[in-house]
Design a protein around this ligand. Sequence first.
Ligand code: NAP
Length: 281
Amino acid sequence: MKYLTFNHQNTSTIGIGTWHIGEGNHEKTNAEIQAMRYGLDHGINIIDTAEMYGEGLSERLVGQIIKNYHRQDLQLISKFYPFHATPKLIEESLKASLKRLQTDYLDLYLLHWRGNTPLAQTVFGLEKMVQAGLIKNWGVSNFDLSDLKELSEITNGNNCRVNEDLYNIGSRGIEYSILPWQKSHHMSFIGYSPFGSDGSEYLKIDPILIKMSQQKHITVHQLLLAWVIRNLDILSIPKTSSIEHMKANLEALEINFTSDELDLLDQIYPAPKHEIQLDTI
Ligand SMILES: NC(=O)c1ccc[n+]([C@@H]2O[C@H](COP(=O)([O-])OP(=O)(O)OC[C@H]3O[C@@H](n4cnc5c(N)ncnc54)[C@H](OP(=O)(O)O)[C@@H]3O)[C@@H](O)[C@H]2O)c1
């Protein structure tokens, strides 16, 4: 396993994404449990979930799995809906998530995306949950640079530990200003959907990716994941419900690129040269 400093802690370079997990039949759930356990048993120490995922089904399954591990060895992230972003509703949502997760604290609690509640109210509510010992730290998701700057000007807004945005080879918007801004503000970054989620709607696979994967004797998915974590400075959270895919994703940690390969990929999937609107899923 390769580790990075994330949320001021030694954290595996890939975490476990859990969108759509726990929603299927017995056989599918069993495969998801095997895959997650394999990942945790091979050094992954961080899991990303949300109250939205299966309206609590994902958190329930995660809770079932993590009770067999030492809680203090894992970082647990969950997220609340923007329409639960007032202090009262944050507390209610959080307590419901903790119950489903069978734990008494979260390492990180994130606003899933921005809604209509003023950020100052949300930050106030989150800080209260830190003081109550129900969360260690908090963060945001799907924030762009202007959102992050606005947040940083609010009382205690600088306590935001992480921002989680879409990041894969076809969606590189965060590279222009968000990543540098977060680095300079000591705020960790989580990149979601390294494979462009389920299907080709969000990420077009250029034939060059297929050719390069064949030359490197790896799969396209391994190439995509290895590219996201190439600098070992951000956390990527692939989701898989297959033990074979989990193994393949762990193997991707060992894949390196030559500068010629990276240049070729940059030509097809260029880095932004100016501020662009962020893609989301
Ligand atoms: N904050 C947000 O707004 C937000 C938004 C989206 C996602 N997320 C988080 O990010 C996580 C990951 O994103 P995602 O679930 O959208 O998609 P993703 O991780 O980009 O892709 C998941 C898809 O890739 C497949 N896959 C995984 N490993 C593979 C491998 N080695 N070979 C072939 N196929 C493979 C999975 O199928 P199998 O299951 O069959 O392996 C699944 O169909 C989510 O689960 C969630 O935790 C956060």
